[in-house]
Design a protein around this ligand. Structure first.
Ligand SMILES: C[S@@+](CC[C@H](N)C(=O)[O-])C[C@H]1O[C@@H](n2cnc3c(N)ncnc32)[C@H](O)[C@@H]1O
Length: 194
């Protein structure tokens, strides 16, 4: 999943925590902490280390049932706070209206076509609670769309990701590059949208 760079997981999670902490809280305009959705969740790496420590309930969605089954063991006791394990492709998934404070979409958009991604993001916007955020964290290419022959995904450049978010009617609230990743892998950017 991390392409043989397992040790970057902690750097990734710490970067994500710092990013989210800019928005979460209780005051005016702050993003709540009742429910998050982990999209393309896999076995729950992000659910376990980022989302369950910050949100009361976390839902997971992944196209692979086997990963969701593994998550039940991997998440341990805290996994009791996973509300729903949805087995679905994001291109078909309809998140419940108004349910989520944060919808986290990491290392999965490359598996969706442009049109499927735009439509999914539109549905995500409807699924946000007040002051909710959609977070996309993913590899970005230097220029254009770069296919990955191994897993049939693509890597888009930042301008293309911006334009797809715009087509979905989303505004970019904040954006950062993940620092301290190895130089030889793609740059990773995090976008907060609503
Ligand atoms: C590279 S892993 C990332 C897992 C997790 N987001 C993380 O960062 O640790 C990609 C995940 O996306 C899932 N996936 C691939 N295509 C998908 C789709 N169309 N809809 C939902 N999940 C998908 C895979 O099953 C896999 O669990």
């Amino acid at each position: 999943m991390l392409g043989g760079y397992g040790s970057i997981s902690s750097i990734d999670i710490n970067g994500s925590k710092a990013f989210l902490h800019k928005f979460l809280g209780e005051g005016e305009g702050k993003t709540g902490t009742s429910c998050a959705l982990d999209c393309g969740a896999g076995i729950g790496r992000i659910t376990k280390r980022l989302l369950l420590p910050l949100f009361s309930t976390v839902d997971m969605v992944d196209v692979t049932q086997e990963f969701l089954d593994k998550a039940k063991t991997y998440l341990g006791e805290e996994g009791k706070r996973v509300g729903n394990y949805f087995c679905s492709g994001l291109q078909d998934f309809v998140p419940e209206c108004g349910r989520y404070d944060v919808i986290w979409i990491q290392w999965v958009i490359g598996h969706l076509t442009d049109d499927h991604l735009v439509e999914f993001l539109r549905r995500c916007q409807k699924a946000l609670r007040p002051n909710g955020l959609i977070i996309i964290k993913d590899n970005v290419s230097y220029e254009g769309v770069v296919p990955d022959e191994v897993d049939s995904s693509v890597c888009r450049d930042l301008e293309i990701v911006h334009s797809l978010a715009g087509r979905a009617g989303l505004r970019i609230v904040h954006e950062e590059q993940q620092m301290n990743f190895p130089k030889e892998i793609y740059q990773v950017h995090t976008l907060a949208l609503r």
